[in-house]
Design a protein around this ligand. Structure first.
Ligand SMILES: Nc1ncnc2c1ncn2[C@@H]1O[C@H](COP(=O)(O)OP(=O)(O)OP(=O)(O)O)[C@@H](O)[C@H]1O
Length: 312
């Protein structure tokens, strides 16, 4: 299902001011058109408005102006239940009911499918099982959520969102608590979800993962989109500098040429660093400082720190 955002503005009122006059505009006129089956990664510094944008797209944060249409309908004109049939959201810091089990949590994902004349069915049970299996938490189904690790919990929340089986899936930092192996699994799962025809928009802080797994990278700063497009066209050293104020080298991954972002050490080299490094850590830091001043050619990666690039 196509997702279109037009001139979206969203913010937060301060005390006495009403919704029509937000004290702080966190999203300042964003336009996006996302095709069915696309994976879009939204990146940008803390506080630039990524979560506010996602929440406005999910009909959870009333925009100040602009529209969000899913499948041709404005989500803010749909009934909440109808919107929940089209869009699901994994929030950044979800809150669970006390003592809920993993299976119990994932069943909440089927809530929009329940109704007066639509009781719990085999179809719901199938969706819950499929989501538990896809996220690798089926063996935790009867455990209490609050007794799991942060990464396990994150995968359970993702299972809940997938069980909702919406054509548009919004994920706010779905890998923030995950180790490398589980992060790769989740990002590969995201690709599978998109291959099955669903649209995925995810907020990621790791630019290299965004470039590896997304079809389109949307870069935000100060509530605005400053760049968007295929990762190879968008992710470069200038973007990293503009978003984060960090000098970086952007290499091409050997496996597929997708951009790999390697930030440079910003500590100025003093007389001490001129000496031979005597530990592996010091040697790595010295190599980083000695790296080239501009983005390097993909065929000639610089000698320097090892860069872990998971293969897709
Ligand atoms: N409930 C709130 N009330 C008032 N201001 C808020 C609220 N939530 C967020 N903000 C402000 O809106 C701006 C955008 O916040 P948002 O959470 O959308 O940023 P973000 O890009 O998702 O950040 P992060 O990467 O840290 O998660 C920030 O300046 C933030 O302080």
């Amino acid at each position: 299902m196509e997702l279109v955002v037009q001139q979206l503005k969203a913010g937060y009122p301060a005390g006495t001011r009403g919704k029509s006059e937000p004290a702080h505009l966190a999203v300042r006129g964003v336009d996006l058109t996302i095709a069915p089956g696309q994976v879009v990664a939204i990146v940008g510094p803390n506080g630039c408005g990524k979560s506010t944008l996602l929440r406005a797209m999910a009909r959870l944060h009333q925009p100040h102006a602009g529209t969000v249409t899913v499948g041709g309908d404005d989500v803010w004109r749909l009934r909440q239940r109808d919107a929940a049939h089209r869009v699901s959201l994994l929030p950044q810091s979800p809150q669970a009911p006390e003592a809920v089990t993993v299976a119990g949590l994932v069943r909440y994902g089927r809530h929009p499918h329940q109704g007066l004349f639509r009781q719990w069915s085999r179809e719901d049970e199938r969706a819950v099982r499929a989501a538990l299996t896809a996220t690798g938490v089926a063996d935790l189904a009867e455990r209490r959520l609050d007794q799991l690790s942060g990464g396990q919990r994150q995968r359970c929340w993702l299972a809940m969102v997938l069980a909702q089986e919406t054509p548009v899936v919004l994920l706010d930092e779905p890998t923030s608590a995950l180790d490398l192996g589980h992060a790769v699994e989740v990002l590969e799962l995201v690709r599978e979800v998109a291959t099955a025809g669903r649209t995925v928009v995810m907020v990621l802080h790791d630019l290299t993962s965004a470039a590896r797994y997304a079809d389109v990278v949307v870069a935000m700063r100060d509530g605005e989109v400053v760049a968007s497009g295929p990762p190879r066209e968008v992710v470069d050293a200038a973007l990293v500098q503009r978003l984060y104020g960090v000098p970086a080298d952007v290499l091409a991954a050997p496996v597929d040429g997708s951009p790999v972002v390697v930030p440079r050490a910003r500590v100025a080299a003093g007389p001490e660093e001129a000496r031979e490094p005597d530990t592996p850590e010091a040697a790595g830091a010295a190599l980083t400082k000695a790296g080239p001043a501009t983005a390097v050619d993909a065929d000639e990666p610089p000698a320097g720190d090892a860069v872990a690039v998971p293969q897709r």
